[in-house]
Design a protein around this ligand. Structure first.
Ligand SMILES: Nc1ncnc2c1ncn2[C@@H]1O[C@H](COP(=O)(O)OP(=O)(O)OP(=O)(O)O)[C@@H](O)[C@H]1O
Ligand SMILES: [Mg+2]
Length: 380
């Protein structure tokens, strides 16, 4: 938690405490009550709507006697790197100066990692040089060590789906077996590749089936987020109208990532009252800055994939991507080629497949700025 008042009430990188965090009360209560009941949770959603923020919000308000350990495993490629991340997270959890901290640090040191300190931040990093079998044993020892402490441990593993890419077979079932033996430790697994996460946690064939409480995170409520934006401006003696806040929420499609980004810019560019010109100018500048990223998409994709990406961007939600009408309207080749392109675009995390409130599946674009840009300019 950061008690300092930030210069801008719309932080765009990490969690900055409850003053800068909108809602998620129900979700927070649910996760906290799972923790209290010793139940692990799986948090699943499309990207960029606030999974990591929610985990950090929960970990920052744990009752006395609980310790939260957070690891993001997106960049890990194998179990060895998983161990490095886990070891590092433990060193981050507590400073070496406190009683508990010293105990944790001494334990990690007993596993003989190389500990280095980042030049800029001074943050410690653990790196182990072990054979595969020893790697598993070390993860085991860390979990057993935590489980035997007087505090309860919550281990939050963000981007958990990455574990299915490890070359070690069945890393997930191995972890699940370990998990079941722990008495004093609960997990929060979070991930954005929904099909993999659902497969891991909801498929009877997989080891996590029925062992965790699954929470599908939805976007923040429109009215609640609008009132939050208005209140954040007010706290800093600035004003934004209801209409403009709503326009921002529509433009950013309630993805916290884009809403925070736009609000941050609009806030910084406003001295007293947000005008229509100010916010439009800020969006225009953002889109211009991002152009290089958007052209990067084009260079990375085949012509068919690029055409389909633009078509989905223009359409917003596409329910029948192989339907005659959609193919005809956007000059797409044929349904077989569209299916292939859909597959690739999902793999590149440029589009997602989700279901609407009636359970009907549709495809949408992740990058709402790209979507706006497609609508703004005529790109070949
Ligand atoms: N409830 C919230 N109120 C205000 N800001 C939030 C909220 N939730 C998340 N954010 C902010 O929005 C941005 C994106 O959120 P976050 O990184 O948590 O999303 P994510 O779902 O984990 O994304 P990804 O799929 O890319 O990992 C971050 O800057 C985060 O601090
Ligand atoms: Mg995240």
């Amino acid at each position: 938690m950061n008690p300092k008042k930030l210069l801008n009430p719309f932080p765009v990188s990490t969690y900055q405490g409850p003053d800068y965090f909108c809602d998620r009360e129900q979700e927070t209560s649910k996760l906290v009550s799972n923790i209290n009941a010793g139940i692990s949770s799986a948090l699943i959603s499309v990207r960029r709507i606030g999974k990591t923020g929610l985990i950090q919000h929960v970990l920052s308000r744990l009752p006395h006697g609980f310790k939260g350990i957070y690891i993001d495993i997106l960049e890990t490629e194998n179990i060895h790197q998983f161990l490095n991340h886990l070891g590092t997270a433990l060193l981050h959890a507590e400073s070496e100066q406190t009683g508990t901290g010293r105990k944790i640090w001494n334990f990690i040191k007993s596993l003989r990692p190389v500990i280095t300190f980042e030049t800029l931040t001074g943050a410690p990093q653990a790196s182990f040089d072990l054979k595969p079998k020893q790697t598993e044993q070390s993860i085991d020892s860390i979990l057993s060590f935590l489980d035997s402490q007087p505090f309860k441990t919550i281990i939050a593993i963000d981007e958990f789906q990455q574990i299915t890419n490890y070359p070690e077979k069945n890393a997930d079932s191995w972890l699940r077996t370990r998990m079941q033996q722990l008495k004093n430790t609960v997990f929060i697994f979070s991930g954005s590749q929904q099909h993999i996460m659902s497969e891991l946690f909801a498929s009877p064939k997989r080891p996590f089936y029925r062992s965790t409480s699954i929470m599908k995170l939805e976007k923040l409520d429109f009215n609640v987020y609008r009132d939050f934006i208005i209140a954040q401006f007010k706290r800093y003696n600035k004003e934004i109208s209801r209409e403009i806040s709503e326009d921002i929420l529509v433009l950013g499609d309630r993805y916290t990532y884009y809403i925070q980004l736009v609000c941050n810019r609009v806030f910084a560019a406003t001295s007293k009252q947000v005008t229509s010109d100010i916010w439009k100018q800020q969006v225009y500048e953002l889109l211009k800055e991002q152009e290089i990223v958007f052209f990067g998409y084009r260079n990375m994709l085949t012509r068919n994939q690029w055409q389909l990406l633009k078509a989905i961007a223009q359409e917003g939600k596409v329910f029948k991507p192989t339907g005659k009408e959609f193919l005809g309207q956007y000059g797409l080749l044929n349904s077989a080629s569209v299916l292939r392109s859909l597959h690739s675009l999902i793999k590149y995390e440029l589009i997602f497949r989700d279901c609407d409130s009636e359970g009907i599946p549709f495809y949408g674009i992740y990058d709402v700025l790209f979507q706006q840009w497609c609508l703004m300019v005529q790109i070949p």
